[in-house]
Design a protein around this ligand. Structure first.
Ligand code: NCD
Ligand code: ZN
Ligand code: ZN
Ligand code: ZN
Length: 448
């Protein structure tokens, strides 16, 4: 960051001087997303990486013209699995995961605890904090696993939130029985931290032939099992901040709303559907749904009725994904392509830019209680420079995922040209550049 230019060199004779109001170090001028729409304006950022002003015209500062590009707040991804810690040869870690996040326009991620070993103790969460400090290139909110016997008040000091797995998925985190779950949720409610839930009720899983494609995977773990799990949480403590992960249908979004929980939709449930040709690369929990359900979820999302967006980035090695369908693990990578795929929907006119910013930046920031998610004075200067003409086809070989595959091969996407984290550029001309300003985030709700 260059030194702040001297204001006096720019002042004309007779102009008033306001020595108490420092000029911003850098001023970005062009079309900015501000208060729900794109406006011609200027945004001033100080040397500490905070937005200090947004106005029609600002004085001073190093000037950056945006030309045809627009400025958007960085996204926040509420749901990633960066597999750190993990055994040698694990397919992802905090370094590789956060590089993909940076390139995909995501300035902060909520990282899930189904690692090897899982994040169930204060000591492991402290160690996770060290890993974040030494490896992460974007901000990370580490979550702890909510299983019977964990020290909830202790974990609340070192974790940003809790993850509850209802139903079997990657990792062997135990699903607490109903009574245990009630007690755990009550103790989390007292900490003020959020609980994110993987909601599937295994009692309603099918017992037919082993699944061979994404159609039969959907039948094996049906939508009814998701709805049942969500509804079983209806008597959660009222003060608990409850969030339902990866809602697969409009009914799941409504069920969450009815119990007073928020929800996220994933790019795969919005853009991909189950089919008799769907292979293991599209095997995920909860499963992809039939095309008519996908379409209905997309329409709700377009109308702004799905509260938030999250990738559920869950890479697995190609060798394991090449196992026969019943044996292959569930999960797919998405953190690098989530926002680019949806920016392409904006470019085509099938999604409002305001809706996308709302679900990917503003609401996640409000939900987590972090000062970002909009280009407003006082917030961190986390933002993207996007040029809708710079679109390209997604190819696994030009992505940065160590797993080396993507379920979106060949789809058009608009990748951000630049990404700034606290005013420091971490993506330049569509390529990653290492920065120094990533942090572990442990936001505290007001009054705690
Ligand atoms: C996730 C994983 O692999 O960690 N898999 C998945 O299918 N989504 C776990 C999860 O979120 O269920
Ligand atoms: Zn899940
Ligand atoms: Zn997940
Ligand atoms: Zn590259």
């Amino acid at each position: 960051m260059p030194a702040r230019p001297r204001g006096s060199t720019r002042r004309r004779e007779g102009e008033h001087v306001y020595p108490s109001k420092p000029e911003p170090a850098t001023v970005y001028e062009g079309r900015l997303f501000h208060r729900g729409r794109l406006v011609e304006a200027e945004m001033g950022v100080d040397d500490d990486g905070k937005i200090v002003a947004v106005a029609k015209q600002l004085r001073g500062g190093r000037r950056i013209h945006l030309g045809e590009s627009i400025l958007l707040p960085s996204s926040i991804d509420l749901h990633v699995h960066f597999r750190d810690p993990g055994p040698p040869g694990e397919v992802e870690d905090l370094a590789s995961g956060t590089v993909q996040a940076a390139l995909g326009g995501i300035g902060a991620v909520v990282d899930m605890p189904n690692t090897i070993p899982p994040l169930t103790t204060v000591e492991r969460l402290e160690e996770k904090g060290d890993r974040i400090a030494s490896r992460a290139w974007v901000d990370v909110l580490p979550y702890a696993a909510l299983i019977p016997g964990v020290d909830v008040p202790g974990l609340a000091r070192v974790a940003a939130g809790f993850k509850l797995f209802m139903g079997p998925t990657t990792g062997d985190l135990v699903t607490p029985a109903d009574e245990e779950r009630r007690a755990l949720l009550e103790s989390v409610a007292r900490t003020g931290l959020p609980v994110h839930v993987h909601a599937e009720d295994a009692a309603l899983f099918g017992h037919g032939h082993p699944p061979q494609d994404t159609d039969t995977w959907d039948q094996a773990r049906p939508m009814s099992s998701e709805l049942s799990a969500i509804r079983s949480l209806r008597d959660h403590p009222r003060s608990l901040r409850l969030h339902i992960c990866h809602a697969t249908s409009p009914e799941a979004v409504v069920a969450a709303r009815e119990i007073g929980a928020s929800t996220e939709a994933t790019p795969h449930h919005l853009l991909l559907a189950a089919s008799q040709f769907g292979n293991t690369q599209q095997k995920v929990n909860p499963p992809l749904r039939p095309e008519r359900v996908r379409q209905a979820l997309w329409e709700e999302f377009q109308k702004g009725r799905v509260p938030m967006l999250a990738s559920d980035h869950a890479p697995h090695a190609l060798a394991r994904k090449s196992l026969p369908f019943p044996d292959a693990p569930s999960g797919l990578p998405g953190v690098e392509v989530m926002l680019p795929l949806l920016l392409e929907q904006v470019r085509r006119g099938s999604l409002e830019l305001a809706t996308l910013v709302q679900v990917s930046a503003r609401r996640p920031a409000l939900f987590l209680g972090v000062p970002r998610g909009s280009l407003a004075p006082g917030n961190e200067a986390d933002f993207l420079v996007v040029d809708f003409r710079a679109r390209r086809k997604i190819e696994a070989r030009s992505l940065h995922a160590p797993c080396g595959w993507t379920p979106y091969e060949g789809r058009e996407a608009v990748f951000p040209q630049e990404h700034y984290l606290r005013g420091e550029r971490i993506v330049e001309g569509g390529e990653f550049v290492p920065g120094r300003r990533a942090r572990r985030l442990l936001p505290r709700p007001p009054g705690t």
